[in-house]
Design a protein around this ligand. Structure first.
Ligand code: SF4
Ligand code: SF4
Length: 111
């Protein structure tokens, strides 16, 4: 079971997790990042570096964040980014879109 980026990353996106992921399976959208569910090896390394505690094992997602399992998965589908499964975020670079749930998320105000 893969890890999932939940709402804590939206409008934060500092990229700390990307730097430590050994398989480059964390992809960039406009307002947040997404973990590829088929490419993540569930090592858990990214969890400890996230400043907003946004990353969860899919099996342990807080109930209020449950939708983000589908958000991370569907981001790669043809009807959202169309990225598919390229085998690494570096192959495709940042995407100019987000999942509709993220697009509709209230803009995070400055701290
Ligand atoms: S759990 Fe491991 S493989 Fe999966 S996104 Fe995090 S660092 Fe990458
Ligand atoms: S470390 Fe956390 S806040 Fe930073 S980009 Fe990754 S998921 Fe987003």
């Amino acid at each position: 079971m893969a890890y999932v980026i939940a709402s804590g990353c939206i409008d934060v996106k500092d990229g700390a997790c990307v730097k430590c992921c050994p398989v480059d399976c964390i992809y960039e959208g406009v307002r947040t990042l997404y973990i590829h569910p088929d490419e993540c090896i569930s090592c858990g390394i990214c969890v400890s570096v996230c400043p907003t505690e946004a990353i969860h094992d899919e099996a342990e997602l807080p109930p209020a964040q449950a939708v983000f399992a589908a958000v991370n998965r569907e981001f790669f589908a043809r009807h959202v980014s169309g990225v598919g499964s390229p085998g690494g975020a570096d192959y495709v670079g940042p995407q100019a879109c987000d999942h509709p749930v993220v697009e509709a998320y209230p803009v995070r105000s400055e701290p």
